[in-house]
Design a protein around this ligand. Structure first.
Ligand SMILES: *[C@@H]1O[C@H](CO)[C@@H](O)[C@H](O)[C@H]1NC(C)=O
Ligand SMILES: *[C@@H]1O[C@H](CO)[C@@H](O)[C@H](O)[C@H]1NC(C)=O
Length: 184
């Protein structure tokens, strides 16, 4: 018979390993579940798919997931600004659509320094400031989309992108809210 003290540590080791692996893997699911329940703007599948696709997300803690979502916003915003620039190069563009795209370009252009600020604030744990910066990005996406709704029959070419940026921003805001709550 093995002495218990040699059996116990290996059992404990495996147990802790299992806990560790399972929490890392389930954190995204658990976080997205509670965020989607609390915020009707966030789709559970969007949340898990976005976070899981990001590098190193499987090993991230809650704070890491928050940072990952802010990074995703930054990629989205940068890419969308570029897309709008290309759309504005189309010669035969409806004047109303062009005016909307001009506004959207400005909104997304301003969103880039905002999201950079948000990253800095987040890293310094200045969550109130990070919140405001990300809130302004969320507003930019929804303002851009709303512009196209002012004229009947016009279809926004940016609906998916605005929605993605909106949802990612709402996701980052919710993640920060959970982090702040767990700090108190
Ligand atoms: C924006 O982010 C979402 C979620 O990560 C991703 O699915 C989508 O492809 C991104 N869009 C762009 C234009 O980068
Ligand atoms: C964004 O798209 C999702 C579907 O992917 C939808 O459920 C949600 O209502 C949309 N959000 C907004 C603000 O349009």
């Amino acid at each position: 018979m093995r002495p218990p003290f040699s059996l116990f540590p290996s059992f404990l080791f495996l147990f802790l390993l299992a806990i560790h692996v399972s929490t890392a893997k389930n954190l995204i699911h658990d976080t997205c579940k509670s965020i989607a329940q609390n915020d009707p703007n966030i789709n559970y599948n969007f949340c898990t798919t976005s976070l899981q696709a990001a590098p190193a997300s499987q090993c991230a803690g809650l704070r890491g997931l928050g940072m990952i979502s802010i990074r995703l916003i930054r990629y989205n915003v940068t890419d969308t600004r570029c897309k709008i620039k290309h759309l504005l190069q189309i010669k035969k563009l409806d004047p109303f659509v062009r005016a909307c795209l001009d506004d959207c370009y400005e909104l997304y252009d301003d969103a880039i320094p905002s999201i950079k600020q948000a990253m800095k604030h987040y890293n310094s744990k200045l969550f109130v400031d990070a919140n405001m910066a990300i809130g302004s990005v969320l507003d930019a996406a929804s303002t851009c989309e709303d512009g196209f709704k002012d004229k009947k029959g016009v279809v926004s070419p940016l609906t998916k992108r605005n929605n993605d940026t909106f949802q990612l921003s709402a996701l980052a805001l919710s993640a920060m809210q959970i982090i702040q709550t767990s700090l108190h």
